[in-house]
Design a protein around this ligand. Structure first.
Ligand code: RFL
Ligand code: PHB
Length: 394
């Protein structure tokens, strides 16, 4: 088999790249190690930046996100028992975010791919990438006991943090930066109306909490838990009781509880691998970087990487210019590091660290107080939260 771009991984990065390339008449085959149902079963991100919505639109898959996504013009910060609204829309000069689950984005992309008759190989075992330092890269895998090979011009490594692409780069060609946080997020998805119509990020003495949603009838809540905690240690009743404890009285009154559709713990990590290109292998999304979820940037960064990569391939095949390919890594990393900084800062501000201490707590409170009372400080939060533009000048 031969194609122009071999995409490894059918997460949001791989699927979105596949659709964008299709709009430019560039052939791509996606190789995914899991089944489509498994990919759809992962409950992850929920907040889309305008940049991401624009890319979904360019890929021709934004209809349902526009119709069913919830536009949000603000977020609330809860600390010392009181909630304070950050007017994202006013402070960012008219931008907003859209609350629409990653599962739905993935669904829309899979449907569009199937409707266009494009090839995705699911349940591919032993996926390997070869010869990307030369001019004829190859991908091999096994399926149903048979060995397969795909020859291509380029490989897009969209295979997430644990994927094979980054791991195939020769040692020494890659520099990694990492911070692991001493806590995780215990998440619950439940068919109950959200406690409030906007997201609430809570800094409390019992730890961080986040009230988010997927729709007006489906809520997504998170609690900061120690990194040693296990999901088996929690019953749903304990979860609701602890969440109620971390909310203000009004939110507590509006909290509707119910059975969990999903309950899991996600570790928190900041991670960047540089560069994001090796010869004809390009890393995109979680394969190259991880942010803690506090700023809701993971999926959005995956989308912007893919936007840059689409431009690079479109220039290569259309204008016969390699400028986009040559600048891909630098362009991505600039936006990645800004999102890393924001996610690290917001995480540091909102969570209890084992060594926060009384002084650290006062510092968090002073910063939050400054944040909500200074237009400059809240503008900085708003413009990062709604997402920085893809081209932010030289
Ligand atoms: P994904 O979604 O991990 O998709 C990668 C795909 O590659 C496949 N794969 C392989 N395929 C072939 N061969 C191999 N050797 C392969 N190895 C892996 C995988 O099966 C998978 O289908 O990466 P992508 O596309 O870059 O998308 C990134 C986003 O998924 C990610 O940034 C966000 O979901 C991060 N994230 C969150 N982001 C937010 O903005 N808000 C959140 O609330 C939020 N919650 C989360 C998250 C990530 C989590 N992870 C990674 C454990 C919660 C969790 C639990
Ligand atoms: C979510 O809805 O899953 C979500 C929302 C905002 C975040 C992180 C996760 O910052």
């Amino acid at each position: 088999m031969r194609t122009q771009v071999a995409i490894i991984g059918a997460g949001p990065a791989g699927l979105l790249l596949g659709q964008l390339l299709h709009t430019s008449g560039i052939e791509a085959v996606i190789i995914e190690q899991r089944s489509a149902d498994y990919v759809l079963g992962r409950i992850r991100a929920g907040v889309l930046e305008q940049v991401t919505m624009d890319l979904l639109e360019k890929a021709g898959v934004s209809a349902r996100a526009h119709a069913q996504g919830l536009p949000h013009d603000g977020i609330e910060l809860l600390f010392k028992g009181a909630r304070h609204r950050i007017d994202l829309h006013a402070l960012s000069g008219g931008s907003r975010v859209t609350v629409y689950g990653q599962t739905e984005v993935t669904h829309d992309l899979m449907d569009a791919r199937a409707a266009a008759g494009l090839t995705t190989v699911y349940e591919a075992a032993n996926v390997r990438v070869h010869d990307f330092d030369g001019s004829q890269p190859r991908v091999t895998w096994e399926k149903d006991g048979q060995a397969h090979e795909l020859r291509c011009d380029f490989i897009a490594g969209c295979d997430g943090y644990h994927g094979v692409c980054r791991a195939s780069v020769p040692e020494g060609a890659l520099k990694t930066y990492e911070r692991v946080y001493p806590f995780g997020w215990l998440g619950v998805l439940a068919d109950v109306p959200p406690v409030s119509h906007e997201l609430i990020y809570a800094n409390t003495e019992r730890g961080f909490a986040l009230c988010s949603m997927r729709s007006t009838t489906r809520s997504r809540y998170y609690l900061q838990v120690p990194d040693t905690d296990k999901v088996e240690n929690w019953s749903i009743e304990q979860f609701w009781a602890e969440l109620a404890n971390r909310l203000d009285p009004e939110a507590r009154e509006h909290l509707v509880t119910g059975p969990a559709l999903e309950m899991s713990i996600a570790p928190l990590r900041s991670f960047v691998a540089e560069p994001m290109r090796f010869g004809r292998l390009f890393l995109a999304g979680d394969a190259a970087h991880i942010v803690p979820p506090t700023g809701a940037k993971g999926l959005n960064l995956a989308a912007s990487d893919v936007g840059y990569l689409w431009n690079a391939f479109a220039d290569h095949y259309g204008d016969k210019s390699n400028a986009g390919i040559d600048t891909y890594s630098d362009r991505c990393l600039r936006r990645v590091w800004r999102a890393e900084r924001f996610s690290w800062w917001f995480t540091s501000l909102m969570h209890r660290f084992p060594d926060t201490g009384e002084f650290g707590q006062k510092m968090q409170e002073a910063e939050l107080d400054y944040l909500i009372h200074s237009r400059a400080a809240s503008t900085a939060l708003a413009e990062n939260y709604v997402g920085l533009p893809m081209d932010f000048g030289a």
